[in-house]
Ligand binder design. Structure first.
Ligand code: NI
Ligand code: MN
Length: 230
C-alpha cells in the first residue's frame, strides 16, 4: 500500500512532512528566517529532526517541542542539549536509524560543521534518509558539501533528494549538479538558497542544467508550497 506522503517547504531547509498519520518537522528555522512560510506558533509536529546545531537549522526546535510535545531526533550532542532544556529526545548518531510506524529514519553523513546555540561543539552535522513503508526513500542532504560517498545513495533509488544549492555555507549549484549525478534521484528539490542575498541563486538555471545533463527531474518550491505528486 502506498504511504500517504505530503511534503511542504517552509523556507531555507525547513520542511513539514506528513507520512501516514505522523507529522514531522525538519530544521524548523522559522522566527528568524526571512523566508519562513509559517510562524513557530503555527508549527505542529510529533517528531522534529535536527540536522545540526547552527541557528538556521535548530531554529525554533525547543519552543515547538515544548509546546507540542514533539520529540526531537538529533545527534547525541544536540539531543543532550535539548533534553537539558526540557525537550524529549531521540539521541542518534551517524549511520544509526530508528524504526517508526510510518517507516525508518536513518541519520547519514553530511560534510559540514556544527555548533550548539550556546556555542558548544554540536558533534557532526548530519543528513537524513527516510524510508517509507511503501519502499520510497527520501534524502534530506541538509547542510553539506559534495562528497564521493553520495554515489552509494544511488543504490537506494532515492525518490526525492532535497539538496542545498546556495553556495558559501553548502554546496553551490555546480557541486549540487554533481551530487545529482552521484545520487541519481527521481526528483531533486533545491533548497538553502535565497534566504539572504549572500546565498542568492537562480534555481531555474539549476533546473535546466540538471534536466539537460541527468535523468532527474527538478521541482522548485517557493516557501509554503507543497511538493507535487508527493
Ligand atoms: Ni550549517
Ligand atoms: Mn545552514
Amino acid at each position: 500500500m502506498k504511504s500517504n506522503l505530503h511534503i511542504r517547504f517552509l523556507g531555507h531547509n525547513a520542511w513539514f512532512l506528513t507520512i501516514d498519520s505522523a507529522r514531522i518537522l525538519i530544521d524548523p528555522f522559522l522566527t528568524h528566517s526571512p523566508t519562513a512560510a509559517i510562524s513557530a506558533d503555527e508549527a505542529e509536529a510529533d517528531l522534529i529532526l535536527i540536522s545540526h546545531g547552527h541557528g538556521d537549522h535548530f531554529g525554533d526546535a525547543l519552543a515547538i517541542a515544548k509546546r507540542t510535545g514533539a520529540k526531537i531526533a538529533a545527534i547525541a550532542e544536540i539531543a543532550g542539549y535539548a533534553e537539558k532544556r526540557g525537550a524529549e529526545t531521540f539521541a542518534m548518531n551517524l549511520g544509526g536509524g530508528i524504526n517508526f510506524p510510518f517507516g525508518r529514519i536513518q541519520m547519514v553523513h553530511a560534510l559540514h560543521s556544527s555548533t550548539l546555540p550556546d556555542g558548544a561543539p554540536g558533534g557532526s552535522s548530519a543528513g537524513f534518509l527516510i524510508t517509507l513503508n511503501d519502499g520510497r526513500v527520501l534524502y534530506f542532504a541538509c547542510d553539506t558539501g559534495l562528497f564521493g560517498d553520495m554515489a552509494r545513495l544511488a543504490a537506494q533509488k532515492i525518490e526525492y533528494a532535497f539538496l542545498p544549492i546556495g553556495d558559501v555555507f553548502t554546496m553551490g549549484p555546480d557541486d549540487a549538479l554533481e551530487a545529482v549525478k552521484l545520487i541519481r534521484p527521481r526528483v531533486a528539490v533545491p533548497c538553502h538558497y535565497g534566504t539572504w542575498p549572500l546565498i542568492a541563486q537562480d534555481p531555474e538555471m539549476w533546473k535546466k542544467r540538471v534536466e539537460a545533463e541527468t535523468e532527474t527531474k527538478v521541482q522548485i518550491l517557493q516557501p509554503g508550497q507543497v511538493l507535487a505528486e508527493a
